[in-house]
Design a binder for this molecule. Structure first.
Ligand code: 5GP
Length: 332
């Protein structure tokens, strides 16, 4: 047993210190970035705020709403090939989605068929709860060989050494976050986790040294948290709970005490397991919760709030673009 007693921080432990700035207005701030990746020649230009590949955020409707702001949506993995084909035909831009896959043999076959739908599909999201497994690293290596011209997102991990291992195995973007999610119970069930701000800072430092990128995943509860994630070094920030509760998530609306709510559940909650697998295997426990979030109508205003918040952070520290936010930030 060993105790690492270095200070580890999460979003609520810090604030961004204001600095003198020459920016006159939030509208002077550009949130769009042009990304070049370690393993592929493809570039991607967009606003790197990403909808999580959860059942009620990684939807076609969400993708269509977010593409207007040139944001990215990681589609939930249970959509069929046919459904994705139809969504693309109906106006979903393949440039703004990632096709999500698990790490089994069947999921590889399915992924091949999905990626064959359009040459404009650029992103693959390999998402497993525990990215520390040796077989996951091997899977990433295989996917890199199969899809050498695609941008591979892989995770989740929360520490430096595994970020490096995933990038060396073929990931362009490492998804960072063990336990911070709003409907995640891993910290309670398994006692495992890592404070998210420190995880981002350490993993981005490791990734950037290898020309890789990181996507912070989980734990943001306000636009200020999203800005802190970018300021800590995240290249992309993935959101679940902050995007939940809208029409675009297609969740079930329930009425209670005169108010409307939408059900939002973790991908490994009992609800999700029942929906997709008919229940939980008896050797594992659920690591996700089901919550009701206030129904908030269309996503448009929520997106404006998030992007407005990040712009504001940039003006407070004198960062003319999102890319510079991290360099300009001192946390207190
Ligand atoms: P949020 O933005 O809601 O705080 O976090 C979203 C992230 O939580 C997702 O992208 C995913 O990584 C994680 N997550 C979603 N469902 C579950 C779950 O059931 N269990 C765990 N451990 N994590 C989850």
């Amino acid at each position: 047993m060993r105790i690492d007693d270095d200070l580890k921080l999460t979003f609520r432990d810090v604030l961004i210190r204001p600095k003198r700035s020459t920016l006159k207005s939030r509208s002077d701030v550009s949130l769009s970035r042009i990304f070049k990746f370690r393993h592929t020649k493809i570039e991607w230009e967009g606003v790197p705020v990403v909808a999580a590949n959860m059942d009620t955020t990684g939807t076609f409707e969400m993708a269509k709403a977010l593409q207007g702001n040139n944001m990215l949506t990681c589609l939930q993995k249970f959509y069929s090939v046919k459904e994705i084909k139809k969504a693309i035909e109906e106006g979903m831009n393949p440039n703004n989605i990632a096709v999500t896959s698990g790490s089994t043999e069947e999921s590889l076959e399915l992924l091949k068929r999905k990626m064959a739908l359009s040459s404009d599909l650029k992103f693959i999201c390999l998402d497993v709860a525990n990215g520390y497994r040796e077989d996951f690293l091997q899977f990433v290596r295989r996917i890199r060989k199969e899809f050498n011209d695609k941008i591979i997102i892989a995770g989740n991990v929360a520490t430096r050494e595994m970020t490096e291992a995933l990038i060396l195995a073929g990931a362009d973007i490492v998804k960072v976050g063990i336990g911070p999610g709003s409907v995640c119970t891993t910290r309670k069930v398994a006692g495992v986790g890592y404070p998210q701000l420190s995880a981002i800072s350490e993993c981005s430092d490791a990734a950037h040294g290898l020309a890789g990128h990181v996507m912070s995943d989980g734990g943001c509860t306000s636009p200020g948290d999203v800005a802190k994630a970018f300021a800590a070094g995240a290249d992309f920030v993935m959101l679940g709970g902050m995007l939940a509760g809208h029409d675009e998530g297609k969740g079930k609306i329930v009425k209670s005490n005169g108010s409307k709510y939408i059900e939002f559940y973790g991908s490994s909650s009992l609800t999700a397991n029942k929906k997709h697998y008919g229940g939980l295997s008896d050797y594992r426990s659920s690591e996700g919760r089901v919550v009701r979030v206030k129904y908030r109508g269309k996503i448009k205003d929520t997106i404006s709030n998030i992007l407005g918040g990040i712009r504001s952070s940039c003006t407070y520290v004198g960062a003319p673009s999102l890319k510079q936010l991290s360099k300009c930030t001192t946390f207190v």
